[in-house]
Design a protein around this ligand. Structure first.
Ligand code: HEC
Length: 95
């Protein structure tokens, strides 16, 4: 969680409250042999209320298109995802 101001070439700095919250989550949920063997947690980004809210116009059928496959495939629709740019101006949903 340190050094986010140079995170893969972009500034991912967060405000202090967010850093504390995420660090606490990581300490509780990450690491440990038990955690490493367990199934992935249900609280993935695509299950977050934030994500669902931002994407609530997208019909279920769209997520399952062969060109998309999964909500985690951000770059299928966010044409500048690799540059860390998720602005709605650069969203293009593939057929
Ligand atoms: C099926 C295509 C699709 C996929 C896959 C997808 N998104 Fe989106 N995303 C959209 C659409 C459509 C919007 C809404 C754009 C609008 O408000 O007009 C959106 C909105 C967003 C926004 C808000 C943009 C803004 O300017 O308000 C963010 C941030 C975002 N998505 C991140 C992600 C992330 C992170 C992932 C992968 C974990 C992802 N998206 C996967 C289509 C997609």
């Amino acid at each position: 969680m340190n050094g986010l101001e140079s995170h893969y070439g972009t500034d991912a700095s967060l405000d202090e409250a967010t850093v504390i919250e995420i660090s606490n989550w990581l300490q509780t949920n990450a690491g440990g042999h038990k955690a490493a063997r367990a199934e992935p947690p249900e609280d993935r980004i695509t299950r977050s209320r934030w994500f669902i809210h931002e994407h609530d116009d997208i019909r279920n059928e769209v997520w399952l298109r062969p060109s998309i496959k999964s909500a985690a495939n951000c770059a299928a629709c966010h044409t500048r995802a690799e540059q860390g740019d998720f602005d709605e101006d650069f969203v293009r949903i593939p057929k």
